[in-house]
Design a protein. Structure first.
Length: 256
């Protein structure tokens, strides 16, 4: 029989049973159990883990556990440099793009607003999310911790906040997205690039009053919607300035 001692740090405690939080505890392990197997058996999705120390040594997910091992499990570090240590994922994704599950439609729209390629369909089964994340190298966003335990999902975030704007701030903070945001370049409905069009091309596609008050327009070639810098754009611009600083692009969302 193998018994190991575990200690989870910071927000990883949200996933484990309340009596075990923020303290060391002993746990009987399955035969031939790996670090990943036991971490997930205790409730923590592997995508939330950045570093594992066993007896003070950095190890990967597939490290086999032995009797008496002391296992410390850490989330993403904000300030501590762990470059010399073994991170549990081989490398970060080169391009930041997402796939959101059925509970995060509002967050998906806001990420598109911020310029991040984000797939979303209210009817995606978990198998499709897993397959798309693997084939297109996307970060899975979900409030379903079991989804993040799927073997082929290597990058993912369990979203704690409940409201879309709070969720956006959470993801920006956790993944340090402010520097790579390019607001107002994607269609909120289609996730396709927006392109600028001449005012003459908008005739018949936007109200006359809009044509009189505005000069700059963009469109989505998929859904054919037209966007301009109206009151909705102003509200969204204020939100982007809050979460991404002043690094905003010139385009326009108020849809026709």
């Amino acid at each position: 029989m193998v018994t190991a001692t575990f200690r989870f740090y910071e927000e990883l405690n949200d996933f484990i049973a309340r009596p075990l939080r923020r303290s060391s505890f002993s746990c009987v392990c399955a035969r031939d159990a790996t670090a990943k197997h036991m971490i997930e058996a205790l409730g923590v999705p592997h995508t939330e883990v950045e570093l594992i120390l066993v007896n003070g040594e950095s190890v990967g997910f597939e490290h086999p556990l032995a009797d008496g091992d002391r296992v410390a499990v850490y989330p993403k570090f904000e300030a501590l440099d762990i470059q010399p240590l073994l991170r549990v994922r081989e490398k970060p994704l080169r391009v930041t793009r997402f796939i959101a599950d059925a509970h995060l439609g509002g967050l998906a729209q806001l990420l598109r607003l911020a310029g991040f390629d984000t797939l979303y369909d209210n009817h995606y089964p978990d198998e499709d999310i897993e397959a798309l994340a693997a084939s297109e190298h996307r970060i899975v966003l979900t409030r379903d911790r079991e989804l993040l335990k799927r073997r082929t999902i290597t990058h993912g975030c369990y979203v704690r906040a409940l409201k879309p704007e709070q969720q956006l701030r959470e993801i920006f903070d956790r993944l340090d997205l402010a520097g790579s945001a390019q607001p107002f370049r994607l269609c909120l409905a289609c996730n396709a690039p927006l392109r600028r069009i001449a005012r003459d091309e908008v005739i018949g596609r936007a109200p006359e009053g809009v044509l009189e008050r505005h000069k700059r327009f963009v469109t989505c070639d998929i859904c054919q919607r037209v966007f301009w810098e109206g009151t909705h754009w102003q509200r969204m611009r204020a939100l982007m300035d809050q979460v991404a600083g002043e690094r905003t692009a010139d385009a326009s969302p108020d849809p026709a």
